[in-house]
Design a protein around this ligand. Sequence first.
Ligand SMILES: [Zn+2]
Length: 271
Amino acid sequence: MDDELTLMAVHAHPDDEVIGTGGILARCADEGIRTVLVTCTNGEQGDGPGGVKPGEDGHDEAAVSALRLAELRESVAHLGIDHLELLGYRDSGMAGWAANQAPDAFANVPVEQAAARLAALMERYRPQVVVTYDENGGYGHPDHIQAHRITLAAAETSGVPGKLYYTAVPRERVAELFAFLRSSGAAPEDLELPEDFGVPEEQITAVVDVAPYVERKIKALEAHASQGENIFLLRMPADAQHRAFAQEAFIRRFSRVPAADREDHLFDGLR
Ligand SMILES: [Zn+2]
């Protein structure tokens, strides 16, 4: 089965799979490309049933992770993902949270130890294409940064992936989206984005059209209902959601096959 086209996405928490890679996962699945989602943590530091926040009374980590893993399976079904692999590490929480100190928090696990487990999955599934976050984890979450580190290490030791990409949010498109939200009176008042949010357009190397998969991405995101308060994209008007979800952008970290400067599919050059 070594030659079976396979995409592997490596994410930190249940729900991270949808916004940046839900479309490419669904599209690849439709195109007969095998899809593997690796989720590194159980999401214990998410909101609990009834919206109870981590650190508040009644926030039960076991209940939170059970609920989030059930939501993840529903999301995976909406996106048509073939294989879900759970590394089962403990959620480290956002930077600065007390949970960062837990010795078994994912961000505190030695990189080579977690990378060895991921490398074994790469050797089993032989993905030609692997996607994860950039060195800042997209937005600085310790578990996202750790996912980045173990993915690079596993790609290197296994030598399996032909191409490795980072998810990317094009800065200009975020600005356009917010201008659109303001003009339609739907801009969230509680959301302030830093000036340097996202990456400049010239750093993007692949933009994939996933417009036919927007509905499925929304259903997958809605499956993560317990985290709904933290997912502002779910509260946007449908036309704004469509703008936000119809394309996914990536930065190619490396390619062992000839690849164009600007691609419109992650499997360009592999089929
Ligand atoms: Zn996350």
